[in-house]
Design a binder for this molecule. Structure first.
Ligand code: PEP
Ligand code: MG
Length: 593
């Protein structure tokens, strides 16, 4: 019977196919007596070396795919492999108990995992998965069993798992993995980031245990809506197939339509379209999409899914690479926005009652001057390689802006004293994503070179709706009149001081809002590269005077329902997307020959 399972959509798109139930750790471990302990220990050594070779390969593969920061997890795994305590206990017990290595290693791993899992310190608890991942590798080599591997998918499938470890995710066969569905995970987990970067539809946080889904059962993964449909009826399959085919046709048509250069309204006003990036591989995507720059580089992703802080050098290389690749277009490096929903275990940010209102972004940075200054040094050093702008997240008022800028100038002066070059015309801006900042935009604009409205947070804080709590997700409403007014307020303040006002929340990539946003006075839009063509089509069908009139009408409305209805009616009437699809579709190309 058809069943709809809810989760968190972390990578958009639709996948339909058979489930492949993946459980890397499920192994039958035999127990038997041995006679030759020395021979058993040689077997252990070989299995460890074979695992080291696997992990080293995964490290290079991940470094090439996602960058060095994401590959570091495998260095940590290699260190675990060399853990002296486990190794000594394993050796001693094999010799003393005269039992096979698999059995003893399995027991040891389970015991260590239990102890780690119960630890107070979250950093230890997080090591449990790493320990089981590494010992699972060794166990498979000892058993000479092939570790279940996502590279070996026999047919195109939807991978269903309790969780995917970084090594599972890294060895995924991207041709045959149609979609991903896991019980564990968040939007910032390794799996989610990889799925988005590879454009594989994915849903995490499924309520049903993965084991309840039979391998081979038909699934639909709807990564946009965050749902998985188990045993869909023929009608449901047909509906989703049609939706998937439309998406695919659109994707192809849109790729043809992408041209370099700024998007322009019907009356010739340029609206720079920029992209939001999290990973180095997204640079190429952005460049190909003809963006006018990077409007938001979420640098905290360099800090996630790893055990150590990225060094100044590593950060410098990452920022310089983006600056160089985009030169002379602007690259907006946002200082780390850690805390909130992006939890970094090795930074000892303990779990908070209200993480979204807690030790986050610049609040964390101002109290962690070493980390903050290292990042600013790396950014300033990278600034000579291109057109770099520095942006601060979660600024709530003037004191905070002045404090972070004071640290920035202190670091710049230090670099100058050391005769390390720094760009002369570095632009410094603030995200506007806290309601108090909106009310102070007239003052903030005097001390900033640009604004970027972070609607993802602005909506959560102004409507008091936690952006990662699915129970209240229906209350999270970009079309809320309060949000519209705050955007207007911010854009007006920017215009008065003659500074650009970008918008880089998810709203920027939703074509429903494009006309209203530019009418409200937003001068640039920054979004994930996948959304660029949609918004570009919308702008090309927009007249600035009409957009301003639309914004005025929107501001007179009292409810989100009214705002949405007006925007939808407008959007459908313009039919920008349809016009472009007709022009660039497979069919029209065939007709034109
Ligand atoms: C935002 O808050 O709108 C934003 C773009 O930043 P992030 O999603 O990284 O918080
Ligand atoms: Mg934000």
């Amino acid at each position: 019977m058809e069943q709809t399972l809810r989760g968190i959509g972390v990578s958009p798109g639709i996948a339909i196919g058979p489930a492949f139930l993946f459980d890397a750790r499920r192994v039958e471990v035999p127990k038997y007596a041995i006679e030759d302990a020395a021979a058993e220990l040689i077997r252990v050594d070989r299995a460890i070396e074979a695992t080291r070779a696997d992990l080293t390969r995964l490290h290079s593969q991940t470094a090439a795919q996602l960058g060095k920061a994401h590959a570091d997890i495998f260095n940590a795994h290699i260190m675990l492999l060399d853990d002296v305590a486990i190794r000594e206990e394993l050796t001693a017990r094999i010799t003393a108990e005269a039992l096979n290595a698999e059995h003893i290693l399995h027991e040891l791993a389970q015991r260590y995992a239990r102890v780690l899992g119960e630890a107070e310190d979250p950093r230890f608890r997080e090591r449990t998965a790493d320990l089981l991942d590494v010992t699972g590798h060794v166990l498979h080599h000892l058993l000479e069993a092939k570790r279940p591997n996502l590279r070996d998918l026999a047919e195109a499938s939807i991978v269903v798992a309790h969780d995917l470890s970084p090594s599972d995710a890294a060895s995924m066969n991207t041709e045959k993995t149609l979609g991903l569905a896991t019980e564990v995970g968040s939007a910032t987990s390794h799996t989610a980031i990889l799925a988005r970067a590879l454009e594989i539809p994915a849903v995490v946080g499924l309520k049903l245990p993965a084991a309840a889904i039979a391998s081979g059962a038909t699934l639909v993964v709807d990564g946009s809506e965050g749902q998985v449909i188990l045993n869909p009826s023929p009608e449901t399959i047909q509906r989703y197939r049609a939706a998937r085919d439309t998406l695919e046709r659109r994707r192809r048509a849109l790729q043809r339509f992408v041209t370099a250069g700024p998007a322009r309204t019907l009356d010739g006003i340029e609206i720079p379209l920029l992209s939001n990036i999290e990973l180095p591989i997204e640079i190429q995507h952005s460049v190909k999409s003809g963006v006018q720059g990077i409007g938001l580089y979420r640098t905290e992703y360099l800090f996630l899914n790893r055990d150590t802080l990225p060094s100044e050098e590593e950060q410098y290389e990452a920022y310089a690479a983006v600056a160089q690749a985009l030169h002379p277009l602007p690259v907006t490096l946002r200082t780390i926005d850690i805390g909130g929903d992006k939890f970094v275990s090795h930074l000892q940010i303990s779990k908070e009652e209200n993480p979204q209102l807690g030790w986050r972004a610049v609040r964390f940075c101002l109290q962690s001057p070493e980390i903050f200054k290292t990042q600013l040094r790396a950014m300033l050093r990278a600034s000579v390689h291109g057109n770099v702008q520095i942006m601060f997240p979660m600024i709530s008022g003037l004191e905070e802006l002045r404090q972070v800028k004071a640290v920035l100038w202190e670091v710049r002066d230090e670099l100058r004293r050391q005769r390390i070059p720094v760009s002369r015309d570095l632009k410094v801006g603030s995200m506007i994503e806290v309601p108090s900042a909106v009310t102070l935009t007239d003052l903030l604009a005097k001390e900033c070179d640009f604004f970027s409205i972070g609607t993802n947070d602005l909506i959560q804080y102004s409507l008091a709706v936690d952006r990662v709590n699915e129970k209240i997700a229906h209350l999270y409403e970009p079309a809320h009149p309060a949000v519209m007014r705050m955007i207007r307020w911010t854009a007006n303040a920017a215009r008065t001081e003659n500074i650009p006002c970008s918008l880089c929340g998810e709203m920027a990539g939703d074509p429903l809002f494009t006309e209203a946003l530019i009418g409200l006075g937003v001068t640039e839009l920054s979004m994930s590269p996948i959304a660029l063509p949609l918004v570009r089509a919308e702008i090309a069908h927009t007249n600035m005077l009409e957009a301003e009139a639309l914004a005025k009408r929107v501001l007179r409305l009292s409810t989100a329902v009214e705002v949405r209805a007006l925007l939808r009616e407008r959007y459908e009437r313009k039919g920008a997307m349809e016009a472009y699809l007709a022009q660039y579709s497979d069919e029209s190309r065939e007709e034109r020959g």
